[in-house]
Every structure is written in structure tokens, then in C-alpha cells.
Design a protein around this ligand. Structure first.
Ligand code: AMP
Length: 213
């Protein structure tokens, strides 16, 4: 099963992708996670991406397309994958389609997660993440057992630099202008499913499971 999880930052697509990945034994591939890891390790990719990420802008298409091209060649992605945070522009979507076409493959379904801006801001500003294992918490909705410590690996939780109020606003604007046209793009292909992102992770997961069959 080859899936794309589409939606604005903070809508919960990463959380849902993680659950589905475990349930269906297919990898979740998140360009945001790959880029954050590169920034943490100060690789040349990380150095190239950091200023875009810190200001809430998109990393250039050719950079993220290159990341996905390499990642999809890995053995674990052969039987399927969940793309979380990619594609984010129409050129990225076209590049993905042409990559898959070369192997006579295609995307089975695109899940578009929807939520009001007010709720997105609430979710993003309370989000805390573990820089060591990428686990995600929320101060109010899913706090860690010990304050500031990751339940999974004990790492010190941080607020992502792009989850600060000013940057959140730019990311939502970038989403509206550059990413939301993909809704129409995949609707035209007849593979889009709309998912109401409000409610608990369990409620949303039931809708996700129903949409992917
Ligand atoms: P995310 O964790 O998906 O919210 O991504 C965090 C940041 O990484 C974004 O604000 C962008 O700067 C960058 N990024 C992640 N995925 C992409 C993508 N597909 N295209 C361009 N930039 C991306």
C-alpha cells in the first residue's frame, strides 16, 4: 500500500502515520524527520536546510525530491510506504509520480487531514518532541509521564524551533499557498479521501483505518 498523508502542520498526520505504520508494517517516511536528523548531525544536507526550516519556509524542491528518490530505493519501502510531509508542492507531486511510474507503481490513496487554524495553533504551540527518537507529545493532550522527559527513550523533550508562534503563522501561510493546491491535484486523480482531524487520536485513527481499507 502506497499512501500520502496530506494536511497542514499540526493536524496530526505524523501521529496517525506512525500508528498506521506499526499496524500495517510499512515504513512511515517523513521528510521533516529526515531533515531534522540531518540538521542535528550537521551534515551538508542539514546545513543547507536549516535556515529554511527555522523560518518556516519550504526546503527547495530538488533537495527534498532527492531525499525521497534515495529513500524509496531502500528495501523496506518496496512493499509500500506512508509519506508524511511529502509532497508539499505540485512539482514534488509530479516528481513523485514520475519516479513511481518508472517502476510501474502508483499512489493508492491520499488522505487529506482537515482542522481549523485555531485548533492547529493550539496543537502546534503545545507540541513537545524528543530530538533523540522523534517521539511527539503535547503538554495538554498527551503529556509525557515525567515532565520534559521522553517516555520512550528518556531524552530531554524540546519545543521545535519552528513551533514558536511567529514561525507557526508562516508555516500555515506556506501551507495555504504552496501545499493546499495538492488537494485539487489528487482529487483530480480520484484518489483523495478527506479525514476530519478533530477529536482524539483514537477517533481519527478509526477514520484513517476505514479510509485505507
Ligand atoms: P514537518 O516536520 O513536516 O512539519 O517539516 C518541518 C520543516 O521541514 C518544514 O517546515 C520545511 O521547512 C521542511 N520540509 C519538510 N518536508 C518538506 C517538503 N516536502 N518540502 C519542502 N520542505 C520540507
Amino acid at each position: 500500500m502506497r499512501l500520502i498523508f496530506l494536511g497542514p502542520p499540526g493536524v496530526g498526520k505524523g501521529t496517525q502515520a506512525q500508528r498506521l505504520s506499526v499496524q500495517r508494517s510499512i515504513p512511515k517516511i517523513s521528510t521533516g524527520d529526515i531533515l531534522r536528523e540531518a540538521v542535528k548531525n550537521k551534515t551538508s544536507l542539514g546545513l543547507q536546510a536549516q535556515s529554511f526550516m527555522d523560518s518556516g519556509k519550504l526546503v527547495p524542491d530538488e533537495v527534498v525530491i532527492g531525499i525521497i528518490r534515495e529513500r524509496l530505493k531502500e528495501a523496506d519501502a518496496r512493499e509500500g510506504f506512508i509519506l508524511d510531509g511529502f509532497p508539499r508542492t505540485v512539482p514534488q507531486a509530479r516528481a513523485l509520480a514520475s519516479m513511481l511510474r518508472q517502476d510501474q507503481l502508483n499512489i493508492d490513496r491520499v488522505l487529506n487531514f482537515e482542522l481549523s487554524d485555531e485548533e492547529l495553533i493550539r496543537r502546534l504551540s503545545g507540541r513537545r518532541s524528543c530530538p533523540d527518537c522523534q517521539a511527539v507529545y503535547h503538554l495538554e493532550f498527551s503529556p509525557s509521564l515525567k515532565p520534559d522527559r521522553c517516555d520512550r527513550c528518556g531524552g530531554k523533550l524540546i519545543q521545535r524551533s519552528d513551533d514558536q508562534p511567529g514561525t507557526i503563522r508562516s508555516r500555515l501561510e506556506v501551507y495555504r499557498s504552496q501545499t493546499s493546491p495538492l488537494i485539487r491535484f489528487y482529487e483530480d486523480e480520484g484518489i483523495l479521501a478527506r479525514i476530519d482531524g478533530s477529536g482524539t487520536p483514537e477517533t481519527v485513527y478509526r477514520k484513517v483505518a476505514a479510509a485505507v481499507g
